[in-house]
Design a protein around this ligand. Structure first.
Ligand code: BTN
Length: 242
């Protein structure tokens, strides 16, 4: 595995994207940074992480998606790989808040940002960005965030966790065709608040009650509504209030 360690960069995703656009680089090349000046989160948000304390990493996954419509597969492979590693580290009460926030108890401890691009020869390259809060313990003004250290009251070796994640991701991707069904099942089993009545906010700022049932084949969230129908939502259409 090729590992590029940076001290500071705007975003490890953007750095790896630039690198892979300009030269052919090895599959599963990893870029890490001690700090990011423009860390990117889902839906145009900013990813903030205390310098040197956490994992901010990007992994290049070349030509794994058979077709762009299978885009949620890679979300699942990455989320489950992280959950498996954190389970091995005995982190308690793990779940995946749809689509890919990594939770422990009610707190977000990690996020994933996957950026796919189709090359001129038709192959799809994915930049898998992972932000995992490891040793940061001060989350002032971030009441819904936490870290492994805060939850377990001990510090962790972030390099070791990085290697564990990349190894698990490689395995899960290599054996995807054999394991796809069980991976989707694991993802569904680990969904945050699945089966529990909760309040949501729709895109018109309207509150409604619903119960998460699972995800559809294209990765939309399936919610049972009060009128007993099930509706599918994409990420821009719904917000979970918890
Ligand atoms: C989210 O909003 O939950 C996704 C956060 C993803 C953050 C990671 S940190 C490493 C990589 N580089 C980025 O700019 N973002 C991702």
């Amino acid at each position: 595995m090729k590992l590029i360690k940076l001290d500071a960069i705007d975003s490890t995703n953007d750095f790896l994207k630039g690198l892979s656009n300009n030269q052919s680089i090895e599959n599963f090349t990893v870029v890490t940074a001690e700090s990011q000046t423009k860390g990117k989160g889902q839906m145009g948000s900013v990813w903030v992480s205390e310098k040197g304390k956490n994992l901010t990493m990007s992994v290049l996954v070349n030509d794994y998606l058979s077709d762009i419509s299978a885009v949620f597969d890679i979300n699942i492979a990455v989320s489950i790989s992280i959950i498996q590693v954190l389970k091995d580290l005995h982190i308690p009460k793990l779940s995946i808040k749809w689509p890919n926030d990594i939770m422990s108890y009610n707190k977000k401890i990690g996020g994933i940002l996957i950026e796919n691009s189709i090359k001129s020869n038709g192959t799809i390259h994915s930049i898998v960005g992972i932000g995992l809060n490891i040793n940061q313990t001060d989350f002032t003004n971030l009441p819904k965030a936490s870290s492994l250290a805060k939850i377990c009251s001990t510090t962790f070796d972030k390099e070791k966790i990085l290697l564990m994640i990349v190894e698990k991701l490689k395995q899960n991707i290599q054996f995807w065709n054999v394991n796809a069904i069980s991976m989707w099942a694991k993802y569904s089993d680990n969904l945050f608040k699945k089966g529990i009545p909760m309040t949501f906010l729709d895109k018109n700022e309207k509150y409604f009650m619903g119960i998460i049932q699972g995800v559809s084949t294209i990765g939309k969230l399936e919610v049972l509504l009060e009128n007993d129908s099930v509706s599918d939502f994409d990420i821009k259409e719904i917000q979970m209030l918890y």
